[in-house]
Design a protein around this ligand. Structure first.
Ligand code: AMP
Ligand code: ZN
Length: 296
């Protein structure tokens, strides 16, 4: 971590966030939200006219997430919703008043990525037409990775475009977005590079999965220096899932083949922070091009 960049973020922080008593959980200021709104509109301008828009809540069905095996692949990140299970109208009797100890898991988990809820919805609609499907989704996401660093949050916003269709359609979508990301970063006057990546799979078997993900070029990330130039922060990801979700949810095309899927994910809070880290807290001093792009 570079001390200079670290100090720069520490100076910026009060203008952007209010710590809410738990690491990685923040209220965002009006200044920060102006930029997020600009980013949100900018991303919408890139939406294909045929894309279906869905906005997901911060919780999702536990059974649906378990079906993707998330609890085995990323147990370190998973969060569930625990509740008290009170029966009838009798007064609740809590052992020592400790509600948390008396609570147990419910049928809900906190959504770890914006695209997970879309696949079971697609599956419920039956075979996918030849032209495939496109979605524009978003969710407040949760991942259990508490940190003092402002680019690693426990609760953060994710926007995604998702493609469902043939292998060519899904792979082509991902390739197109790898191109477009250059344009987007250029419009925002951001320093960046795009690199192969892997998801943070858990454990030894996970390491093998991660290696094969890199070897097969299934995941790329757009990296921007926030705390460090040597270890820049992933602000967008470009994922080709092959038929992973197709087979998990038994989603077929009209030809009977399992569908392939791909998604491009925009980490909204990281992109916002990257803009402030690069251009500073004074919007009027940002490069003209970036201001125009974001309607600031
Ligand atoms: P992933 O599904 O891991 O590719 O995440 C998609 C995007 O969400 C990443 O490129 C980041 O921009 C963002 N993201 C992931 N984890 C976090 C986090 N802990 N804090 C803030 N943003 C995150
Ligand atoms: Zn996704």
């Amino acid at each position: 971590m570079s001390q200079a960049l670290d100090d720069r973020i520490a100076l910026l922080a009060p203008a952007l966030f209010h710590h809410l008593g738990a690491d990685g959980v923040y209220a965002r200021t009006a200044l920060f939200e102006r930029v997020i709104e600009g980013l949100t509109k900018l991303i919408s301008r890139y939406r294909d006219p045929s894309a279906e828009v869905m906005r997901f809540p911060p919780v999702m069905s536990r059974a649906q997430l378990e079906r993707t095996d998330y609890q085995n692949n990323f147990p370190q990140l998973l969060g569930g919703v625990c509740c008290l299970h009170l029966h009838g109208s009798a007064e609740p009797s809590l052992p020592g008043g400790d509600w948390a100890a008396a609570a147990s898991t419910s049928d809900l988990v906190v959504t770890p990525a914006a695209c997970y809820p879309v696949y079971p919805l697609v599956a419920a609609r039956g075979a996918v037409a030849e032209k495939g499907l496109l979605f524009d989704v978003s969710a407040d996401c949760f991942r259990r990775e508490p940190s003092r660093q402002l680019d690693r949050l426990q609760s953060f916003r994710m926007r995604e475009f998702v493609r469902v269709g043939s292998a060519e359609q899904a792979f082509g979508f991902r390739s197109q977005w790898l191109e477009r990301a250059n344009e987007l970063a250029g419009l925002l006057c951001l320093n960046y590079r795009i690199d192969k990546a892997s998801d943070p799979f858990f454990g030894r078997t996970g390491q093998l999965l991660a290696m094969s993900q890199v070897e097969q070029s299934l995941k790329y990330e757009l990296l921007i220096p926030i705390y460090s130039s040597e270890r820049p922060t992933a602000c967008m990801s470009f994922n080709y899932h092959q038929d992973h979700f197709g087979s998990t949810w038994q989603i077929n095309g009209k030809d009977g083949e399992l569908v392939h899927t791909a998604c491009v994910a925009f980490g909204m809070d990281r992109l916002g922070l990257a803009l402030f880290a690069t251009h500073g807290a004074r919007l009027d001093l940002w490069p003209e091009r970036a201001r125009e792009t974001l309607g600031l």
